[in-house]
Write a new protein. Structure first.
Length: 380
């Protein structure tokens, strides 16, 4: 019968040898990095790594171990690259673009754009972050918000990026990738849907309800108790409230906010109609200059990778390797008509960190070297 303790002792000896050999290998890869710094060669050499993996697999005697050896050496080489990226950053060989570090956002002397009309949740988010006295204007679409910032017509735009119940606002994610605007801050607005109507409205006589599609969806349980009401979608909740005010029809009601009720002189017919309590929307504050607040603690990036096994894991491993906490990842398909990129994806990632933190610099360096493309969306 095998002695378990003896087996474990033998494993410990082998592990000790593996650690010693690994450290020796990493020392050699440091020398390789120094050579690449001097010669300007890239860290990642896909052809070299592929050949290396094929050669080590040929050394395997037990066919059952081939896959494990392939995975082991892929990780060893990945760690070697990460060590080299770290050295490159330490030596000043950074790929980072210049940026401006500011102490705080000047919320008084600025102009802000938001999508929708006064009373919309985007309006509430703007007031929540900048205050009621901020110089502002509104536009019909999120794209026009981004254009206004791009063209300098506004210093900042307020855009919804995700809802705790409905998930991401996909179109805004796509716009963040498309435009060279940057997230500089975020703010949260608790979504408290209210049933609004003209003074004197009787629920027994109501025939139609207006709201944004999300507003209707998020109050589905309440609306199911009034199945005879026609559900009519509007561009946003505040516009729905405005429609009730303009129509002056007491058989029509709206699902909107308290701010919308106040703006358009509507009565709150019923509160607490949202399906889930704690419904919250996260908004981002976007500007057209590459500037970040000095104490920023969240990074947002987007990168592209081919639809191949292991590529996403390899890129995310740079965040893990540097001990950074990733708190969000979303995927968006790249447009199908882009030549050679059908079925490829963009990945939007949020993780904790500051752009001046060496760990963040190392992680970004590794992703930039190995992704098909990467874009910094903001540090806030």
């Amino acid at each position: 019968m095998l002695d378990l303790n003896e087996i474990r002792n033998n494993i410990d000896k082998i592990d000790s040898q593996l650690v010693e050999l690994f450290e020796e290998r990493m020392k050699l890869t440091t020398e390789v990095a120094e050579y690449k710094i001097e010669t300007g060669k890239k860290v990642l050499d896909p052809a070299r790594e592929k050949a290396k993996l094929e050669s080590v697999k040929k050394l395997v005697k037990n066919p059952d171990n081939v896959h494990a050896i392939d995975d082991l050496f892929a990780q060893i080489m990945a760690n070697s690259r990460k060590n080299q990226y770290m050295l490159l950053e330490k030596m000043g060989q950074t790929l980072r673009e210049p940026y401006e570090a500011i102490d705080e956002i000047n919320k008084k002397n600025c102009k802000v754009v938001y999508q929708g009309v006064p009373g919309a949740y985007s309006y509430a988010a703007m007031i929540n972050f900048f205050g009621k006295d901020v110089d502002n204007f509104n536009v019909p679409t999120w794209r026009e918000c981004m254009e206004a910032v791009k063209q300098g017509k506004a210093d900042y735009a307020v855009l919804p990026i995700e809802n705790s119940n409905a998930g991401i606002v996909a179109d805004v994610y796509d716009l963040l990738q498309e435009y060279n605007n940057y997230i500089i801050a975020e703010t949260y607005v608790k979504i408290e849907h209210l049933l609004l109507g003209l003074p004197g409205t009787d629920l027994e006589n109501v025939t139609a309800v207006y709201s944004h599609p999300q507003g209707l969806m998020q109050c589905d349980r309440f609306l199911d108790t009034h199945k005879n009401w026609q559900r009519i979608s509007q561009a946003n909740t505040a516009l729905a409230a405005k429609m009730i005010f303009q129509e002056h029809n007491k058989t029509h009601v709206a699902i909107a906010s308290k701010e919308a009720a106040e703006l358009y002189g509507l009565d709150i017919l019923k509160s607490g109609i949202t399906d889930q309590e704690g419904n919250t929307t996260r908004f981002v504050i976007v500007t057209n200059t590459r500037k970040f607040v000095k104490n920023a603690q969240k990074m947002s990036i987007v990168f592209e990778t081919a639809n191949e096994a292991g590529t996403l894991y390899n890129l995310l491993s740079h965040i893990i390797y540097n001990g950074l906490n990733m708190n969000k990842i979303e995927s968006r398909p790249i447009e199908g008509n882009v030549e050679g990129k059908r079925w490829n994806f963009r990945f939007f990632v949020d993780f904790a960190g500051n752009i001046d933190d060496p760990k963040v610099m190392n992680a970004l360096r590794g992703i930039e070297e190995e992704a098909e493309s990467i874009k910094l969306l903001g540090n806030y």
